[in-house]
Design a protein. Structure first.
Length: 395
C-alpha cells in the first residue's frame, strides 16, 4: 500500500504532460545480450521483478495544482515484443513503466516522476537477476519502512552555518534543446574497463571524476571558444544521507555543479581530478543537498508564477553537460559475460553522458541535442587518446 500518494520531486520532473510518458524523455536502459531474448524466460522474470519492485506497478496521474500522485494499478505489466515510443500504452495496461524486447535487447523505461536513475537501475538489475536464474533479485526491500519515503514531503534541516552556493560571473557554455531530431544523436561506446580503471589510478580519481574529465575534454574539443566558464552537472543520490536507502521515490533531485575555466579542462589531468574531487566532496554533504531539496520544495508551494520561475532559473543554472557514472552493479558477476552492451539515456538535458561497467567493459552512452552532432565524434577521439581500444556500438 502507498502511504502517501502525493509526489513532490516527481511533480517537478513530470510537470510537462507531453513528456511525462514518452520513452525518450524519461530514464530508460537498454541491455544488449549475447543471444536472442527468450520471451518465456523474460516474461517470468518480469513477473518476479514486479513482485520485488511493486513501485513498477504504480501509475503517475494528475493531482491538484502542480502536483502528481501515485495510484496502484492492479493489472500486470505486459511484456512487449516491439519498440514502444510511449510508456503508458493501453496494451501495457497504462502503467508508468514498460519493458520490451527486440532481438537480443531488453529495454526498461520508467516515468521519471515515479523514480530516479537509482530506481530504474534497481529494476533492471532485478529483472536481469531473475532472467539469468537467480532466486532473489537485487531489490527486495518493499517491506522496509523507508520503501516509499518522499524526501521532499517535509523541509529538511540545514545548519545555520551553511551558505548558499555562488558561481563566478562571466559567460558560460550552454545549449538549448534542439527541436530538430536530425540535430540530435544518441550514442553508445565500449571501452575496456581495465583501461578505464588504469586512468582512475593514474589520475588518483574515482570513476565519476574520471568519466567527468573525459567528457569535459570532449566538450572543449567540440566547442572550443567564446565563453569564460564550463559548468558540469552531476546528480546526487541522497538516500543514504537522509536515512532512506531503499526508497523508490526520486532522491536525486539535488545536483552537484562544478565550474571550470576552459584552460583547466585542457590542462593537467591530475590537477583537474583533484579539483573535481574537491567539488564533489564539498557539494555532496547533508547541508548542500538538503538546501537544494528545500529550494525545490519552494517551487512547488510558491503560488506566484514569476517567483516560481525565478527559483527554477537559479536552481537549473547554466550547465553545459550532465555526467553520471553508474558503477558496475547493473549485472551480477555470474552472468555479466552475457551482457554485450548497455545504453542508459533520457532526453532531459541537451547533453548527457552515462557510464556503466559490466564485466570487462565500460559502456559510455549519452544523448546530444546541442546541434551539429559533433560531440560523439570528439568523445571517441578523446577516448582513443587515453584508452586506445574504443568501439562505437549500435544502440
Amino acid at each position: 500500500m502507498i502511504k502517501d500518494p502525493r509526489l513532490y520531486s516527481g511533480s517537478l520532473i513530470g510537470m510537462s504532460e507531453k513528456n511525462r510518458h514518452l520513452v525518450e524523455t524519461n530514464p530508460h536502459i537498454r541491455v544488449k545480450l549475447d543471444s536472442p531474448v527468450d520471451p518465456e524466460r523474460l516474461e517470468k522474470a518480469l513477473e518476479e521483478t514486479e513482485a520485488d519492485c511493486p513501485f513498477l506497478s504504480y501509475n503517475v496521474v494528475p493531482d491538484e495544482g502542480l502536483f502528481l500522485k501515485l495510484e496502484e494499478n492492479p493489472l500486470p505489466l505486459v511484456l512487449s515484443d516491439h519498440v514502444s515510443q510511449d510508456i503508458n500504452t493501453p496494451e501495457n495496461n497504462l502503467h508508468s513503466a514498460i519493458v520490451y524486447y527486440t532481438g537480443d535487447s531488453i529495454t526498461v523505461a520508467v516515468t521519471h516522476a515515479l523514480t530516479d536513475g537509482c530506481g530504474i537501475f534497481w529494476a533492471v538489475r532485478t529483472l536481469l537477476d531473475h532472467y539469468f536464474g537467480m532466486e532473489q533479485g537485487a531489490y527486495h526491500f518493499s517491506d522496509e519502512p523507508c520503501y516509499d519515503r518522499e524526501l521532499m514531503a517535509f523541509e529538511l534541516p540545514v545548519s545555520e552555518e551553511y551558505r548558499e552556493p555562488s558561481v563566478p560571473g562571466g559567460s558560460y557554455l550552454s545549449f538549448q534543446m534542439s527541436g530538430d531530431k536530425n540535430e540530435c544523436e544518441s550514442f553508445m561506446i565500449r571501452i575496456p574497463y581495465a583501461g578505464f580503471k588504469d586512468l582512475c589510478g593514474r589520475w588518483n580519481a574515482s570513476g565519476q571524476t574520471t568519466l567527468t574529465i573525459l567528457s569535459l575534454k570532449a566538450l572543449i574539443s567540440s566547442f572550443p571558444g567564446g565563453y569564460d566558464h564550463v559548468s558540469v552537472r552531476m546528480p546526487v543520490n541522497a538516500r543514504n544521507l537522509f536515512d532512506a536507502p531503499y526508497t523508490f521515490q526520486n532522491a536525486s533531485i539535488a545536483n552537484m555543479r562544478i565550474v571550470f575555466d576552459p584552460d583547466e579542462i585542457l590542462g593537467d589531468e591530475t590537477d583537474l581530478a583533484k579539483r573535481t574531487a574537491e567539488g564533489i566532496k564539498k557539494q555532496s554533504g547533508r547541508d548542500p543537498v538538503a538546501w537544494q531539496f528545500n529550494e525545490w520544495r519552494k517551487v512547488l508551494f510558491t503560488e506566484d508564477t514569476g517567483e516560481r520561475m525565478k527559483l527554477i532559473g537559479a536552481l537549473m543554472g547554466q550547465d553545459a553537460i550532465l555526467v553520471s557514472y553508474l558503477g558496475r552493479e547493473l549485472a551480477g558477476a555470474s552472468y555479466a559475460e552475457h551482457v554485450k552492451g548497455v545504453y542508459a539515456g533520457a532526453a532531459i538535458f541537451p547533453l548527457m553522458v552515462y557510464g556503466s561497467a559490466v564485466g570487462d567493459a565500460l559502456y559510455i552512452s549519452g544523448f546530444d541535442s546541442c546541434g551539429g552532432r559533433i560531440y560523439k565524434k570528439e568523445l571517441i577521439n578523446v577516448l582513443e587518446r587515453y584508452v586506445k581500444e574504443v568501439q562505437e556500438m549500435h544502440i
